[in-house]
Design a protein around this ligand. Structure first.
Ligand SMILES: [Zn+2]
Length: 252
């Protein structure tokens, strides 16, 4: 069997790609030729899956925020549903209602925070909840193929990645790779308070998600998707939705 790279045409030295870029390009081509193009529109959930295809972005947001209220109140219910859902519907596919871009921090367990069972949230996590190309690609899949209605970009209190970027000190390994995406929040917030920088970062990353992705921007402009910045308090468990800047709202 030919390797992924064997299928690539010879490339000009002017646009020489790294092996990683070539592998990514090849994988992307395979995806476009396969499941994504075959499922240009989200598939219809089976009857009884508890999914309403007509759910609006505001309804999806209201559902997960109601779940956060149950989590804060110490009365979650999602864990009671999991086994039933696994047995009945997980093998048939996935129809998540919301995407979440969260920090990797162990104190921000997304499904628990929104009291949602498996299959309901499409979660991407990376330190500092930053919009890397891979994160954007994953969320594009969630929007274009899975039909998620809302994306919450969720920073959190006491974020080590934000604090490290604010200090901008020498760090071991590749940790500093996170800093370029976090520094705009450090500079734009004009603050030495990590809480304020974290809030600014969530808003910047949400805006970047829209600006960097025509898939996500088009879905926002059509009203099919809402992108909302938020911050999670690791002490209280509460998620606070942040204002959506004018530039991120529907223009039509
Ligand atoms: Zn963090």
């Amino acid at each position: 069997m030919a390797s992924a790279c064997d299928r690539n045409e010879p490339i000009s030295p002017k646009i020489a790609l790294s092996r990683r870029d070539m592998l990514l390009a090849s994988a992307a081509a395979a995806l476009v030729a396969g499941p994504i193009s075959a499922a240009a529109a989200p598939s219809t959930p089976p009857p009884g899956a508890g999914i309403d295809p007509a759910m609006t972005p505001d309804q999806a947001l209201a559902e997960i925020m109601a779940g956060n209220a149950r989590f804060v109140a110490g009365a979650p219910i999602a864990h009671l549903k999991d086994l039933e859902i696994i047995r009945a519907h997980a093998v048939e596919g996935q129809w998540p209602i919301a995407g979440v871009l969260s920090c990797a921090d162990s104190r921000a367990p997304v499904e628990m925070v929104f009291d949602e069972p498996m299959g309901r949230l499409f979660v991407t996590r990376v330190a500092g909840n930053i919009t890397t190309p891979e994160i954007i690609a994953s969320l594009e899949y969630g929007v274009a193929v899975l039909g998620i209605k809302v994306i919450v970009v969720m920073g959190h209190s006491s974020c080590g990645a934000v604090k490290a970027a604010m200090q901008n000190a020498e760090v071991p390994g590749q940790i500093s790779a996170l800093f370029p995406a976090l520094l705009p929040a450090v500079y734009m917030s004009k603050s030495k308070d990590p809480t304020i920088v974290t809030r600014t970062n969530a808003t910047i990353q949400a805006a970047t998600l829209i600006n960097a992705s025509t898939v996500i921007e088009d879905a926002v402009q059509s009203g099919a998707l809402k992108v909302v910045p938020a911050v999670y308090d690791v002490g209280t468990g509460k998620v606070e939705l942040l204002p959506i800047p004018e530039a991120m709202r529907v223009k039509k």
